[in-house]
Design a protein around this ligand. Sequence first.
Ligand SMILES: Nc1nc2c(c(=O)[nH]1)N[C@H]1C(S)=C(S)[C@@H](COP(=O)(O)O)O[C@H]1N2
Ligand SMILES: [Mo]
Length: 368
Amino acid sequence: MATQNLRTEIKPELIPTNAGFRTWAAPPEALKQEVVPNDLFYVRNHWTDAPEIDINTYRLVVDGDVDCPLSLSFDNILAMPQQRFQVTFECCGNSPVPDYWARSTRTGSVMEMIKGHGIMGNAEWAGVSLADVLAKAGVKASAVEVMFEGADHGPDETVGDPPEVTYERSLPLAKAIHPDTMLAYEMNGERLPLNHGFPLRLLVPGWYGMTSVKWLVGIHVLDHEFKGFYQTERYMTQNGPDSPEYYTYHTKMKVKSIITNPAPGEVIPAGGYTLAGAAWSGEEEVVKVEISTDGGATWDPATLAPRASSYAWFRWQYQWQPAGPGKYTLMSRATNNRGETQPMEFPNQWDGRGYGNNMVFPVDVQVK
Ligand SMILES: Nc1nc2c(c(=O)[nH]1)N[C@H]1C(S)=C(S)[C@@H](COP(=O)(O)O)O[C@H]1N2
Ligand SMILES: [Mo]
């Protein structure tokens, strides 16, 4: 299959965040917008070349534990009922880990290069319900998981070992057959861009980005747990010695909020300023965002705008009148409808990978 060097399609505004040219973060300005434009949406690929798929010969194979295996053309998929809604997702490695931690275990790792929160975005996606495709194939009673195969493969980026591996991830059956889990072919009203998985990607609403497999060519229904490399050797957090489980594998996005206004380095006028940002929490609803302008000593509720869909981020605002010029530390803290609140510290102290960081992030600003 032909591939295209994805760098040729990367806008100069995007911020490279790993040494191997496989991850680009959205610039802070992009996160100020409720819908992030396609060309400013972050790109996270495991190989430098994106597979170039010919739409005319493209086939989506559905097989495994099904009554009737399928081989669907792109037109077959377009002919199915369409769904369309906004979905926010973030890479599991989004957001900086405090220096002390990044330094202590993984010197030189990509985590140290990640500044800001741009490895995330919100867009309007259109496609078909995965449940409809699975219903066409007829999932057998013995099925427990569904595995999704991307067209991209090669040596793993960090160590080149395994020397040949395909981007494959699985979902538990319940999430796969949830009506909102989507096979998306449109992003913000345009055909899916090459870097975001053209012609078809999985979109797993409420879950971290690595679950949403791009350049989707195979859907394999399994009667057992999938143990592939990107399922079991990546995207997990090592637990402390008291935990019964050695690793936690990330699925749903944790409750989290970010400040988008001011952007880093922006100076605040002493006359007052509207702080703004976003908050989200996997499959749950954010019910409260609190703001501190004094480094966490006192907290005040922000105003939450209604979100565009059940899976879009909430936008929040807070009118701030600083007491006077000087240096301030701003923080935002979200709580969801299950009463879960962002922790004040990086939650995974036993782990050097830095995934799933949903701590309250301090933002130092200058008022002039
Ligand atoms: N086939 C394939 N799917 C993939 C990836 C990949 O490298 N190959 N990267 C995953 C990761 S880690 C993330 S965070 C999201 C990023 O999606 P985006 O590049 O459209 O923002 O895609 C996921 N799906
Ligand atoms: Mo990711």
